[in-house]
Ligand binder design. Structure first.
Ligand SMILES: [Fe+2]
Ligand SMILES: [Fe+2]
Length: 188
């Protein structure tokens, strides 16, 4: 299997969030009320799955390995744009969280910011995914030997293996608990 395989499967799941967010945008427009639990789930999906798990493999493994190659100007430009778009997505999710928190305090005008943030994510992700799938992943694979591709795939698996633990260590930390040291040692 090529290392872009898992990245493209993950794109298929991220795409499924788009119509769900569109429904929420429509509901906010009609009812002038936000579905706070839905926003919470959306934020967790983008932070844990789309950003940490998916962009994490792209930036910390795939793009990092690519940056060691002599990329064409065109490929370098696209990779820079993709990283910029990851940053923009992160900023938008942060804006969504802050708007949700303020909205829950009863500050009604933050409803518009919730809606705008969802619209930004709905506009950003399909284009970002299309760019990676159609313009970037296949051509840049040519920079790697078969052995390098296989090594990357192994790194992806290792990266993913840590995610569920990282997620719930984060939950314990957020709740004020202490992540056991023994576990931290095993991770290294
Ligand atoms: Fe990406
Ligand atoms: Fe991606």
């Amino acid at each position: 299997m090529k290392p872009i395989g898992p990245l493209m499967w993950e794109h298929r799941l991220i795409e499924e969030m788009v119509p769900l967010m569109k429904n929420e945008i429509d509901r906010i427009g009609k009812n002038r009320i936000a579905n706070v639990p839905f926003i919470g789930i959306t934020v967790d999906f983008f932070r844990t799955y789309a950003d940490r798990t998916h962009h994490g493999k792209e930036e910390d493994i795939f793009f990092l390995e690519l940056s060691k190659k002599k990329l064409s100007g065109k490929h370098k430009k696209i990779m820079d744009e993709l990283v910029e778009e990851h940053l923009l997505a992160r900023k938008t999710v942060k804006k969504l969280v802050e708007a949700r928190d303020n909205y829950m305090k009863g500050e009604g005008f933050h409803l518009e910011i919730i809606k705008d943030s969802l619209v930004e994510l709905v506009n950003l992700y399909p284009n970002h995914i299309r760019k990676e799938d159609k313009e970037f992943f296949f051509p840049v694979l040519e920079y790697f030997t078969k052995a390098e591709q296989e090594a990357m795939l192994l790194k992806f698996r290792e990266f993913d293996r840590h995610m569920i633990h990282e997620k719930y260590e984060g939950v314990i930390s957020e709740l004020g608990g202490r992540v056991p040291r023994r576990w931290a040692t095993i991770k290294e």
